[in-house]
Write a protein that binds this ligand. Structure first.
Ligand SMILES: *[C@@H]1O[C@H](CO)[C@@H](O)[C@H](O)[C@H]1NC(C)=O
Ligand SMILES: *[C@@H]1O[C@H](CO)[C@@H](O)[C@H](O)[C@H]1NC(C)=O
Ligand SMILES: *[C@@H]1O[C@H](CO)[C@@H](O)[C@H](O)[C@H]1NC(C)=O
Ligand SMILES: *[C@@H]1O[C@H](CO)[C@@H](O)[C@H](O)[C@H]1NC(C)=O
Length: 213
């Protein structure tokens, strides 16, 4: 995660934008681990994610068995196509169904993102000691803010940084595998069936990012 901060500082010092001939890639089906760090509140969450790239579905479950203090216990199932998500509480078998207002998330590059540059994390000249990444940037809708995301050449998401007026979030992914290990995680649990969509209070933005703010 320190690397992500260094990466951002480097980007801030990159004054010119490179010629834009790159198209955002779309990440594949994945299972992996995600950590979420808030520059204000420390480690917000650590957990496993499952992502269906074609169906645009994402499950994130924080895991409290890590030896760090995280401030959030979260279980989210998001259907980006439908614009709906569930906040699941498996312990008491309850869930809340909500409307998504903002569709940004750290696993996929938005279509309108701007290509910033290709760079090498680590060393480009020593075999096995470097990782070549593409960096993309853009602004956050509904909020005064910006993001930057780094992806491998094969379009695996490494880090995503979101900067807003009120807080900043850093998402980092590790141990990514190119399959959906447990497809059931992307299915609405039976105890959530028939749940009505909750009203969104005036001024509230529901999004994956907002869950960690
Ligand atoms: C991704 O996963 C979904 C759901 O399991 C599946 O329908 C789709 O074919 C997978 N895509 C690829 C490229 O494997
Ligand atoms: C939490 O992590 C531990 C250790 O990796 C794993 O055994 C356990 O299944 C995880 N729990 C959940 C809910 O993901
Ligand atoms: C977690 O937080 C508690 C209370 O704030 C503190 O006593 C404990 O040392 C922390 N544990 C770790 C691993 O940081
Ligand atoms: C389930 O637990 C959460 C907090 O642990 C609570 O907010 C919620 O009201 C509970 N739901 C039900 C149906 O008991």
């Amino acid at each position: 995660m320190y690397g992500a901060v260094v990466l951002f500082v480097f980007m801030c010092s990159t004054a010119t934008t490179y010629a834009d001939h790159h198209q955002p890639c779309h990440s594949p089906n994945m299972t992996g681990w995600m950590s979420v760090l808030s520059l204000k509140g420390g480690v917000r969450a650590l957990g496993a994610f499952t992502y269906d790239s074609m169906g645009k579905k994402l499950r994130f479950r924080s895991n409290e068995s890590y030896p760090v203090n995280t401030s959030l216990g979260l279980d989210l199932l998001i259907f980006f196509e439908e614009g709906i998500f569930y906040e699941i509480d498996s312990k008491n078998q309850s869930c809340e169904k909500k409307k998504l207002q903002m569709f940004l998330h750290p696993l996929d590059i938005p279509d309108d993102a701007k290509f910033l540059s290709t760079m090498n994390i680590g060393s480009a000249s020593i075999e096995g000691e470097g990782l070549k990444v593409n960096v993309w940037t853009g602004s956050i809708p509904h909020m005064k803010g910006d993001y930057s995301m780094s992806f491998t050449m094969g379009c695996l998401p490494l880090t995503a940084l979101y900067f807003t007026e009120t807080t900043s979030l850093i998402f980092s992914n590790i141990e990514i595998e190119l399959e959906i290990k447990d497809p059931d995680l992307l299915v609405v649990p039976p105890f959530c069936h028939g749940q009505p969509v909750e009203d969104t209070p005036e001024g509230t933005v529901n999004s994956f990012l907002n869950e960690f703010m």
